[in-house]
Design a protein around this ligand. Structure first.
Ligand code: NAP
Length: 254
């Protein structure tokens, strides 16, 4: 267990009000970390915070919109100010609320998805990178998607943003390689959350969606938590710039 121990560590998790972000935040607390929770929904954040305090850890609720750089700057300052320091950063806020053929895509839609899935992580890394480097330790986990590893018909902005996030991960890993700060990406496959309820909740489209997944089922959000704790902890101390794919085998099935 000590390999995965996060006692004395503080984490900053975006998109922590539900879904994968909540599962990761609670799992980090379960491994011993105190956690700053960032998202827009104060109610969702309060629910996540309750799960964390039940584990005997501190949860700091920071309502913020990660698509606003000033809001991200303020959130990072609040986390460092109130927790003292931050060791683990999880850029998890993201998603796409539409699917559209490329020629029907409005530029405003492209910009919105890029801001949420890529620019937000840039804002966070920019705001917190100096702090991590100064302390010469840290683990940044960018929650990308298998969508960023393949072509993504009808989801071009989302796929491009996640591909960009994977590239950002690799660039920062190289730039920060000797600093003690590691940067990795976690790529979930189909995971049943609010993001895609309309798919998995449907008796036809639910199984059809995972028909090309060797494990033939949707992931649960909690199944992203173990890989995140692994990337956050000393268990992955020689890993940086990597893409950890958690997809039930989807990307290896031709
Ligand atoms: N579910 C999947 O199949 C899947 C697959 C691959 C990758 N992913 C990725 O995994 C991550 C989590 O997705 P999920 O499935 O857990 O989705 P979800 O249930 O919709 O949760 C998304 C989280 O992001 C937060 N968020 C959204 N917009 C935000 C904003 N502007 N500012 C701050 N927080 C914001 C939401 O909180 P508020 O609404 O309270 O702000 C929520 O906490 C995303 O990056 C997604 O792209 C998901």
């Amino acid at each position: 267990m000590s390999l995965f121990d996060l006692a004395g560590k503080n984490a900053f998790v975006t998109g922590a009000s539900r879904g994968i972000g909540r599962s990761i935040a609670v799992a980090l607390a379960g491994a011993g970390a105190d956690v700053a929770l960032v998202a827009r929904s104060e109610r969702g954040l309060a629910e996540t915070a309750a799960d964390i305090t039940a584990l005997g850890r501190t949860a700091l609720v920071i309502p913020a919109d990660v698509t606003s750089q000033p809001a991200v700057d303020a959130a990072v300052a609040a986390a460092i100010g109130q927790l003292g320091h931050v060791d683990v950063v999880v850029n998890n806020a993201g998603g796409s609320n539409f699917m559209v053929a490329f020629l029907d895509l409005r530029l405003s839609g492209w910009e919105k998805i890029m801001r949420l899935n890529l620019d937000s992580a840039v804002y966070v890394c920019h705001a917190i990178g100096g702090h991590l480097l100064e302390r010469a330790e840290g683990s940044v986990i960018n929650v990308a998607s298998v969508t960023g590893m393949t072509g993504s018909p009808l989801l071009a902005p989302y796929g491009a943003a996640k591909a960009g996030l994977i590239s950002l991960t690799k660039s920062l890993a190289v730039e920060w390689g000797t600093t003690g700060v590691r940067v990795n990406a976690l790529c979930p496959g189909w995971t049943a959350t609010e993001l895609n309820r309309s798919l998995w909740d449907d008796p036809v489209s639910g199984p059809a969606t995972v028909a090309t997944v060797p494990m033939r089922r949707w992931a649960r959000a909690e199944e992203m938590a173990g890989p995140a704790v692994f990337l956050a902890s000393a268990a992955s101390s020689y890993m940086t710039g990597q893409v950890l794919v958690v997809d039930g085998g989807q990307t290896v099935w031709p």
